[in-house]
Design a protein around this ligand. Structure first.
Ligand code: NOJ
Length: 524
């Protein structure tokens, strides 16, 4: 039978934050050969694709999201040859490789910007956004989004740091150069891209002031004090997305994923009409929604209903910009969250370290690296806590680096919370992830089946996934107390519990322990 679903629909995407994954050359920072060394682990875990955060030459002011050359590798991470080797070995293991593409801005050290700022008449002047007077737009990372450049006495626009000037996507030459960047990596065999800061790529032609946000309160992130009415999610952005898709379609089987912090209604617009948009506009709403059964259940329904026909859903539980799931909901509920992520309909993205339940690591002020924390202190904006080195074993520095100090401190519990320890513990968080991933692979109901809501109350969320005769029911207890559930369905048998200690028949009642989730196969 022809397989109607592609790899990025059936598969699990695993985000590698390369600085913190594995350091192969003892400089304290992770690198590409480090990722290659761990491909066997990723294969064992059941990962289908890795998305690697930026690896390009960069002054690292925003840790790689300030790109100085789109078609090379930063020496900190290795060489292009190291990348080719990683790609080859990943493909040999049937693991796809997705790169990060940063179209909204370059580094201020990119040759394009150096030229652009050199004079008002430079051929690349219009590659960036220059004005005599700034508008009121704010930088995501604090302060005005405009910086005055003494040399040519104009302001340039930067949605993020002043070291990250925004490209002018209304200039066709910028567009062509940036489409060629995609082709450079596609030609190498890269399987897709996660597109950074996509909503900001197009700005309103006239750059009007943004209106105030009536719901903002002092003490909150100052960036939220204005609505992004004219600085994000502009209608013309869809034309650019169509072009991204056209470039991807020049190749076979590639995937485009968009970083889009938008309401569900706006998010789903980026699938585009007739398959002309993104394959997977990242759905971050599990990160944004309170961890409460009614809320999560409502979110799933809203999302499922909003999806256009033929759009493939996706779910994200964490990434390098947000507090880790184990910190957000606690260690016990993080297991329930893993079951949710890996049994919902749609492609799951798993952030490295979440598979062993890593938590946010408090960073002493003198060790803070993230410019966001430096610029906007005191509101918990900093992203270092979720970027600490992966804990591989109980050796010094958790086996992450042979250097004296890793670039960020390690979690204090790494001697007990690490990959090696959890690989040999059949009930560990890692074992749970692996069991869920293999179950999902094995059962078409879970990997590609329909979603049906069954029941929600204050504590419980119950749903079914089904394909042909295969019906799987998932019952999640989002509370810390015991709960009983009327089964009201054919009896079934337990396939997996988050506690990894249970099987047997279920129905007409299911007893759930505190923080327990169960996957059951229903009798036909
Ligand atoms: C989103 C990325 O995930 C984040 O880490 C980065 O700082 C900004 N975009 C700017 O590129």
């Amino acid at each position: 039978m022809a397989q109607p679903f592609t790899w990025w629909q059936r598969g699990l995407i695993y985000q590698v934050y390369p600085r913190s994954f594995l350091d192969s050359n003892a400089d304290g920072t992770g690198d590409l050969p480090g990722i290659t060394q761990k491909l066997e682990y990723l294969q064992w875990l059941g990962v289908d694709a890795i998305w690697i955060s930026p690896i390009y030459p960069s002054p690292m002011v925003d840790f790689g999201y300030d790109v100085a050359n789109y078609t090379d590798v930063d020496p900190i991470f290795g060489t292009l040859a190291d990348f080719d080797e990683l790609l080859k070995q990943a493909h040999a293991k049937d693991i796809r490789v997705i790169l990060d593409y940063v179209p909204n801005h370059t580094s201020d050290q990119h040759p394009w910007f150096r030229e652009s700022r050199a004079s008002r008449t430079n051929a690349k002047r219009d590659w960036y956004i220059w004005r005599d007077t700034p508008n009121n737009w704010l930088s995501v990372f604090g302060g005005s989004a405009w910086t005055f450049d003494e040399a040519t006495r104009q302001y340039y626009y930067h949605a993020y740091l002043k070291e990250q000037p925004d490209l002018n996507w209304r200039n066709p030459a910028v567009q062509d150069a940036m489409y060629d960047v995609l082709r450079f990596w596609f030609d190498k065999g890269v399987d897709g891209f996660r597109i950074d800061a996509l909503r900001q790529v197009m700005k309103h032609q006239d750059l009007p002031d943004n209106p105030p946000n009536p719901n903002w309160q002092p003490g909150r992130d100052p960036y939220q004090s204005l609505l992004l009415t004219y600085s994000a999610d502009q209608p013309e952005l869809m034309d650019v997305v169509h072009r991204f898709r056209e470039v991807a379609e020049e190749y076979k089987d590639r995937v485009l994923i968009g970083e889009l912090w938008l309401s569900i209604q706006r998010l789903v617009a980026y699938y585009g009409e007739n398959g002309r948009g993104l394959h997977l506009p990242f759905n971050f709403h599990l990160i944004l929604t309170p961890w409460q059964a009614h809320q999560i259940s409502g979110l799933i329904d809203t999302y499922e209903q909003a999806l256009p026909p033929d759009a493939w859903p996706n779910w994200v539980l964490g990434n390098h910009d947000r507090s880790r799931i184990a910190t957000r909901v606690g260690a016990a509920q993080a297991r329930v969250a893993a079951m949710l992520l890996l049994t919902l309909r749609g492609t799951p993205t798993l952030y490295n370290g979440d598979e062993i339940g890593m938590h946010d690591v408090p960073i002493p002020p003198e060790l803070v690296q993230d410019p966001f924390e430096h610029n906007v202190p005191g509101i918990g904006a900093g992203r270092d806590p979720e970027r600490t080195p992966l804990q591989w074993n109980d050796f010094p520095n958790a086996g992450f680096t042979a250097a004296k100090e890793p670039w960020l401190p390690l979690a204090d519990d790494y001697r007990s919370c690490n990959v090696a320890a959890q690989q040999s513990d059949p009930r560990s968080m890692l074992s749970l992830h692996r069991a869920l991933i293999y179950l999902r692979r094995k059962m078409p109901a879970l990997s590609v089946g329909t979603y049906m809501h069954v029941y929600t109350d204050d504590d419980l969320l119950v749903y079914e996934r089904a394909v042909a005769q295969e019906r799987v029911r998932v019952a999640l207890n989002l509370s810390h107390r015991e709960r009983q559930l009327e089964w009201r369905a054919p009896r079934g048998k337990v396939l997996l519990s988050t506690h990894l200690d249970r099987d047997g028949e279920v129905g007409p009642r299911l007893d759930l322990r505190p923080d327990e989730g169960v996957v059951a196969l229903l009798d036909q």
